[in-house]
Ligand binder design. Structure first.
Ligand code: XIL
Length: 646
């Protein structure tokens, strides 16, 4: 079994995802995914013939060619008259242009065509038999050899149109000079030049079962039995609505497939007579879906190549007077019903894909200007069947700001001197979205650069103080430098940043119990300027179970000159204990005037309460209480605080 250099469709999908090529082609949902995404999901290619001039000159032409198709055939650029116009003078500029475009867009190229009776220079046609055979072998060796190690070029039309309509060999200069043996010779020369390329015989009016297609069938069968390397049969499929659809197309493809060859639709177009009407568009669309469906139904059918894609560039009006409009986009690159027909035929019947793509890598920003930036990220893969369709790009508030069919996108219209935080999600053909990538923040340059710091925030106040946390709030800052207020940093007394916030409040967590914290805040703007330090505030976390127990005091009643704290609840930790000590702080001028269920001693402002003889034993998690009464100056309203237990 021969291994063709045909890239696997999975590899092609992966390559599609890693290309950093044309961007910002939106494919918002599965239904509107590009043709190649749906074809890929069905294991087929969808291709187009390309002409070199619009490819060089028209962005719209390039964008559709690159995004909708995963297979390319040169409409003319690889023909003999283009590649070897004079004996042994080869020119590959057009051929290379096509191949390079395909490589850049992760498309496979079908080489068309090596030996044909048309578009072959006069110098070939007048040669003697020996010289003609040599010229043919040399041409095949040189043209095929040029791309033999290029993975983009995977197959060749070795001979083209060798039959008459009645099934006899065409009386071309090839046949008339060399006899039918030139066909086998050509295939052998191509195999020698590239052992890995898939080698095809191609013709028109062979779509249905008829004298011509049967002659082709017999030739292919005979050549293969003789060991001639014919790998594939191409059915051009230049159809016209006036001649009816070849309803036995699928049956015909299948009989060739049963010979062991690959089959493919190579030059599909469906011309109509006169001008377009919606009825003719509909009939044309039906022909297109019939062809795609026939290929889908035959396992050995590799795919469908359309002979161009826009009516703006089609060989039909020049070749068939009175006929035209044969392709799937109109003259203005708008999709016709034929496009929808191809799309839906490729899309319908795919198995339901509910598996999201893998998570893309964190985007990296490059080419950052005052109004734009290019983001690139490691591509995702999709295993659910519908294939990777592209990526959505979001800002930090979750708003979608761009889409891309590749793992790169150029953002435009950004504000100068502004920090942007962005992340991406991959999207497959069924519309499944991956998880969010890691975010990246970049700051646009230019504009009026902001060097003005925000105003100084107000003194923080602490509330909701617990043994492990507290809420800080402060009067907000303003920013006048242009980049706008971005948020605040919170620092401890050592100057270490311990929290950030986008609002003028933050909840600190993970603090230690019964500990003094001195903190201040600084405001931050979009350009990274920091304000002066706010004044500091000091707060003390409440007693935790760090001593293996905790204590909280509740003021039961108070009056001008005093108050009663009852109960002070002492709660044990997990280890049983036989004694406990609670300390708390009395405001200045306060004196203990009585206590119960504990023994109190006072030192300065610190009161130490020790268990009584009868309530020192506390099991795991058990609690007990004590109480005390305090006298204070008449004008004072403060009470004892800072209960800790050990
Ligand atoms: C056609 C091209 O589309 C034209 O631009 C050119 O002038 C003539 O050839 N069968 C083939 C193709 O194998 O190479 C032909 O292409 C169409 C018929």
């Amino acid at each position: 079994m021969r291994t063709f250099k045909w890239r696997s469709l999975a590899a092609a999908a992966c390559a599609l995802a890693t290309a950093a090529a044309t961007v910002l082609v939106a494919t918002p949902a599965s239904a509107s995914a590009a043709l190649r995404v749906h074809a890929q999901a069905r294991g087929k290619f969808i291709g187009t013939a390309l002409a070199t001039s619009p490819l060089a000159n028209e962005t719209a032409y390039r964008n559709i060619a690159g995004s909708e198709f995963n297979q390319i055939t040169a409409e003319n650029a690889m023909k003999w008259s283009d590649t070897e116009p004079n004996d042994n003078q080869y020119t590959f500029s057009g051929a290379d242009q096509i191949v390079n475009f395909a490589t850049a867009n992760n498309q496979q190229v079908h080489g068309h065509t090596l030996v044909w009776h048309q578009q072959t220079p006069g110098w070939v046609q007048g040669l003697s038999a020996t010289n003609m055979r040599n010229a043919m072998n040399d041409h095949i060796a040189t043209v095929v050899g040029r791309y033999a190690n290029n993975p983009t070029v995977v197959s060749w039309d070795v001979v083209n149109e060798v039959f008459e309509e009645n099934g006899s060999f065409r009386s071309s200069f090839w046949y008339n000079t060399l006899g039918s043996g030139f066909i086998a010779d050509a295939f052998r020369a191509a195999r020698a030049a590239d052992p890995d390329a898939r080698l095809c015989i191609n013709d028109y009016n062979v779509e249905g079962i008829n004298a011509k297609s049967t002659a082709m069938y017999n030739l292919v069968s005979q050549l293969r039995s003789q060991g001639v390397p014919v790998d594939c049969v191409g059915f051009q499929s230049h159809l016209s609505t006036q001649y009816g659809f070849p309803n036995d197309l699928q049956q015909n493809l299948q009989r060739f497939a049963n010979l062991g060859v690959q089959v493919r639709i190579t030059e599909l177009d469906v011309r109509i007579q006169g001008s377009r009407t919606s009825a003719k568009d509909t009939q044309q669309a039906t022909y297109y879906s019939n062809v795609v469906n026939a290929c889908l139904a035959v396992t050995a059918c590799a795919g469908v190549t359309i002979w161009g894609f826009t009516d703006k560039y089609s060989w039909v009006p020049d070749t068939f007077p009175g006929e035209g409009f044969a392709l799937i986009y109109d003259n203005n690159y708008s999709q016709k019903p034929a496009y929808t027909a191809v799309h839906n035929a490729l899309d319908n019947g795919s198995t339901t894909d509910t598996t999201p793509p893998s998570t893309p890598g964190a985007p990296t920003a490059s080419g950052v200007t005052s109004s734009g930036a290019t983001l690139s990220w490691t591509a995702s893969t999709d295993s659910g069947g519908s294939g990777l369709a592209g990526y959505n790009v979001y800002n930090s508030s979750g708003t979608q700001i761009a889409t891309s069919t590749t793992n790169s996108v150029t953002l435009t219209g950004l504000s100068a001197n502004t920090a942007y935080t962005v992340y991406v999600r991959a999207r497959d053909g069924a519309g499944n979205l991956s998880s969010n990538s890691t975010s990246t923040t970049f700051t646009t340059t230019g504009g009026t650069s902001d060097t003005t710091a925000p105003t100084t925030p107000g003194t923080p106040t602490a509330s909701n103080i617990t043994s492990s946390g507290a809420t800080l709030s402060w009067t907000a800052s303003t920013d006048s430098g242009g980049s706008g207020l971005a948020g605040y940093n919170v620092y401890n007394s050592g100057g270490t940043q311990i929290a950030t916030s986008t609002t003028n409040s933050v909840a600190l967590t993970g603090l230690s119990a019964s500990t003094d914290y001195t903190v201040y805040v600084r405001a931050r703007d979009g350009a990274g300027n920091l304000s002066s330090n706010s004044p500091s505030v000091t707060f003390t976390t409440t007693g935790g179970t760090s001593g293996g127990c905790s204590a909280t005091g509740t003021v039961q009643t108070q009056w001008g000159g005093g108050y009663v704290v009852q109960p002070v609840t002492v709660t044990n930790g997990s280890s049983a204990r036989t004694s406990w000590t609670v300390t708390f702080t009395l405001p200045s001028g306060h004196t203990i005037v009585g206590s119960w269920n504990a023994t109190l001693t006072v030192s300065g402002n610190t009161v130490t309460a020790r268990n009584a003889a009868y309530n020192g034993n506390l099991g795991s998690g058990a609690s007990t209480t004590f109480g005390f009464q305090v006298a204070r100056p008449n004008s004072d309203t403060s009470t004892a605080s800072g209960y800790t237990c050990a």
